[in-house]
Each structure stands twice: as C-alpha cells, then as structure tokens.
Design a protein around this ligand. Structure first.
Ligand code: ZN
Length: 98
C-alpha cells in the first residue's frame, strides 16, 4: 500500500504513518413487516412505484446494501467514531451525513 490521503480531510498519509481504515456495511434491516400507511393506500402505492420507476437502480440498490471503505487520519477517525456513536454531539462541527 503506497502513500494515500485521508478520505475526509485530504491530509497526506505517508506510508508508515498512523492511519485507519473504516469499513462500513450499511444494510436495510428488513423485519418482514411492511408499514401500511393509513388512508390513501392506492395513492401511496402509486407514489412508491413512480418513485422506483424514476430512480437509478444503483441508487435503490445502495439503499438496501452499501459497502464503504474509507482511509482516515487519526483526527478524522476520532471524529468519525464520535459522530457515529452520537458522542460529543454538542460540538457541532458541521459534518453532514444524509
Ligand atoms: Zn483526516
């Protein structure tokens, strides 16, 4: 593995430097229960079908399962873990995850 940069801040991470690999697997935890909306079920179904039709299949796939590999420096690693676990949220340093 050669020299690389931190995926978050772009910091240069030369070989031999302390760096972290974050491997994230995000998958839909389908519990077998479909939530049926109250009221306009027909309309809701139509809305969902339309949404699926106009969306990129890759996008939909990612919604169900996504694997992400990140190379991080120590700082970003600490921040990442903090934010992922919801600790130190009061800091509010504007990193957005949607
Ligand atoms: Zn970094």
């Amino acid at each position: 593995m050669g020299d690389q940069n931190c995926c978050k801040c772009g910091r240069y991470l030369p070989s031999g430097n302390l760096r972290y690999v974050v491997h994230i697997r995000v998958f839909a935890d389908f519990d077998g229960v479909l939530s049926i909306p109250e009221g306009d079920i027909e309309g809701e179904l139509e809305r969902i079908l339309q949404e699926v039709e106009f969306r990129d299949p890759k996008d939909l796939e990612r919604e169900v399962y996504e694997e992400i590999g990140l190379l991080l420096c120590k700082l970003c690693r600490d921040r990442f873990v903090r934010e992922a676990t919801g600790e130190g949220e009061s800091e509010g340093n504007g990193m957005m995850i949607h």
